[in-house]
Design a protein around this ligand. Sequence first.
Ligand code: GDG
Length: 466
Amino acid sequence: MESTGKSSFVVVANRLPVDRVLAADGTPTWRRSPGGLVSALAPVMRKYHGAWVGWPGSSDDAPGSFSSEDMDLVAVSLSAEEVAMYYEGFSNATLWPLYHDVIVAPEYHREWWDAYRRVNERFARKAADVAEHDAIVFVQDYQLQLVPNMLRQLRPDLKIGFFLHIPFPPAELFAQLPWRRQILEGLLGADLIGFQREGAAHNFAALADRYTEATAEDHRIHTADGRSVRVQQFPISIDVAEITDLVSEPDVVMRTAHIREEIGSPEHMLLGVDRLDYTKGIGHRLKAFDELLAGKEITPDDAVLVQVATPSRERVEAYQTLRDEIELQVGRLNGEYGRIGQPAVHYLHSSYERPELVSLLRAADVMVVTPLRDGMNLVAKEYVAARTDLRGALVLSEFAGAADELGDGAFLVNPHDIDGLKRTLLAAMRIDDAEAEQRMRALREHVLHYDVTRWAEDFVATLRAT
Ligand code: GDG
């Protein structure tokens, strides 16, 4: 259905919340993509008949504007060159590593920056076109940090919110960015800027105070043009109901039991689920597991590690190097400790449907979440939501945003400390049922109490009140 209307609530994100799929007869159609953000915003979108501005993810045959489940989808098209420079380049090879503690070195290229600015301008113009007078516009994430101010110049009547899903780095790192002032000013176009953690909000306020004309005072920033911008922590969460429903599906229950059998019914199943990204600490996890086997603290009968590594950003060089390193590590480990039909690590470089993923979460005794830096980490919260049986243990890096909320019940760990990680993995494997239950209750109290719908409501209500 074509749509030409304007909306009083507009989401602006790099991607549209739909995937291109082929129907049975081979014609391409669009299906809503799974994901917490889409579910979280769905009620607000329905209530206001919202619009979502984003890139369809492929350059071919995306309609300019179409309707899907109570929202208008407004496509921003990108050329192949723009995808390479704005998305793979500036977003994922400059900003992503810079904002994640420079785990790999960020690359600074002026032509990437030019593309980033140009594409942000295009997103801002589209949003300006579809927003009603006085509408609320909610801009998402690091790919679009210039949009708030560009939009404000075009449409001063709008209420603009921005949420950063990844960490915001401290001055020592952010100061490297040749375009640091422009990025800070871009964000300051918003009325409300949300971060995952308090530390990120603090980093941003200090940097805005230092490198722009604005002055920061606690959680408020006063801009040179006399506006007041609120900066605040809004820890994102998950769609708890989605997981709870899947957990009780008969297929999932059956699949959970089969998974244990298929991996040889070990005493302990350890599980990692991550995009194959250098921020996720997959190599550190493998090293600790390897040393535990080498030191005979565990045997391949005791413990099996299942590692789902979802393909990600495969055209970016650092991700190709990472894949080679991880696969070398896995190969060595299995060569050393595996037997016919019984690898020590089940390494799965593919993406799974949600029911299979939830079956894995239910099958695992120890969920291993060891990022070196992570804005939040939803997998940790999904594991907790899936454990309606109050079993299982969560090993969680203190460098994930989730550690702020889940510190009570999880086994917190510094993934750089390999001996500490080994000790923690052993402790999590050896936990007795009573302690596991007590910890899981504490974890579930947080996750069930604050799900992604509340996150979205909180953000939008705070934005309205600014
Ligand atoms: C960014 C920030 C922040 C994974 N494999 C499959 C699959 N997944 C799903 C997980 C989870 C999501 O993808 C990944 O979310 P994370 O939070 O773990 O990590 P990022 O992708 O890096 O997300 C992060 C997040 O934004 C939200 O603000 O928490 O810090 O980096 O939901 O379950 N889903 C399916 N198949 C898979 O194979 N269907």
